[in-house]
Design a protein around this ligand. Structure first.
Ligand SMILES: *Cc1c(COP(=O)(O)O)cnc(C)c1O
Length: 374
């Protein structure tokens, strides 16, 4: 019999009366990182619910395997540890990256060393001990895009990791352009409803084995309930991404035509993220929205707006932030599934807040409609 909804397996351990056979299964995992046939020995090796999510994501990204983690940061940490365990501690990375990814590399918390470069400088930055090249495209928060194929070429034999969180496999499949490793903060579009923190790495079988071994040793695994929510999220991923992208493209166009807005960033690839710089005070826009939720994170069914210099990229040193194009006037908006006219009205009113745009208009003195706190 088949199943309609995915079952949730919460067991932490799996009984076996044959400990000789268990020893052989554990040896196999230790040698290859491949999961033994049959039931998992212990949930830190494998879980049927999270494995279903991994299989689905690997198919979406067009990779042999995928390995899930407790968060996007746990996923990135595992990738760095796999490479560092081979003595390949040097990372070449292109800014901007998500603020905490930038921080993890810059601080060298996992014993890695980073060289920051622009896309044209990747080939020259590679050293004999380089274990990874890392890019985000479109990047958080400026939505800057890089040519994955050109970077993959510059990498030679060094694996290229593309953080595909913003594009999702609906809009972009980096392995088709030469990336070896695809990372997602599954917290964002894959989950899609703002209620699960998760990470996943899509890659070939061999790298997946090494990731599972690191995950087994360090324990940053995805909970089965989160695996279930992610599977549910995946079932609507294409519909959500396409609908939100159409709204985002329309809002980007209206913002670009608005004199209160200095600059709009919207990817050629499309997508549901829009970034824009205001002439006035960006904090006034954040405090002015009523329908849009002023909060960090992204990729949910509802629209969120935040000020990267204060929140998502606060941890990046000011000079590094600015040189990566993250201006103090930049706002990052994750567009959800609300009606485009409702969103535009809210945004337009927030832009009219005192000091948000160029000049205070007569309309701005009208009190905002009272809406229950978001
Ligand atoms: C949020 C985010 C991360 C980190 O993911 P968590 O799930 O919050 O740990 C990594 N990369 C990008 C692009 C992100 O937006």
């Amino acid at each position: 019999m088949g199943l309609h909804a995915a079952p949730i397996d919460l067991s932490t351990t799996y009984p076996s009366s044959d400990s000789r056979a268990e020893a052989a299964r554990i040896d196999q995992f230790a040698a290859t990182g491949e999961l033994p046939e049959g039931s998992p020995v212990y949930a830190r090796l494998d879980n049927p619910t999270t494995a279903r999510f991994e299989t689905a994501l690997a198919r979406l990204e067009g990779t042999e395997s995928a390995v899930s983690f407790a968060s996007g940061m746990a996923a990135l940490s595992a990738v760095l540890l796999v490479r560092a365990s081979l003595g390949l501690r040097h990372v070449v990375a292109v800014r901007p990256l998500y603020g905490c990814s930038d921080h993890l590399l810059t601080a060298g918390l996992l014993g890695t060393e980073v060289t920051w470069t622009d896309p044209a400088g990747v080939a020259d930055a590679i050293r004999p001990d380089t274990g990874l090249v890392m890019v985000e495209t479109p990047a958080n928060p400026t939505l800057a895009e890089v040519d994955i194929r050109a970077i993959a070429h510059a990498c030679g034999s060094v694996p290229l990791l593309v953080d595909n969180t913003f594009a999702t496999p609906v809009l972009q499949r980096p392995v088709e352009s030469g990336a070896r490793i695809v990372l997602h903060s599954a917290t964002k579009y894959l989950g899609g409803h703002g209620d699960v923190i998760a990470g996943v790495v899509a890659c070939d079988k061999e790298f997946a084995g090494a990731l599972r071994q690191v995950r087994f040793a360090t324990g940053g695994l995805l909970h089965p309930l989160a695996g279930y929510l992610l599977l549910r999220g995946l079932s609507t991923l294409p519909v959500r991404v396409r609908a939100a992208s159409a709204t985002a493209a329309e809002l980007a166009q209206r913002l670009a035509a608005d004199p209160r807005v200095a600059r709009v960033h919207y990817p050629k690839l499309g997508g549901a993220m829009v970034a824009f710089e205001v002439h006035g005070d960006p904090h006034a826009v954040i405090s002015g929205v009523r329908l849009i939720t002023p909060a960090v994170s992204l990729g949910s069914v509802d629209t969120l707006i935040q000020h990267p210099a204060s929140i998502s990229h606060r941890i990046v040193e000011e000079g590094d932030r600015r040189s990566a194009g993250v201006s103090d006037r930049l706002l990052r908006m994750s567009v959800g599934l609300e009606d485009v006219e409702d969103l535009w009205r809210d945004l337009s009113e927030a832009l009219s807040a005192p000091s948000a745009g160029t000049a205070r208009t007569a309309d701005a003195t009208v009190p905002a409609p009272s809406v229950a706190a978001q």
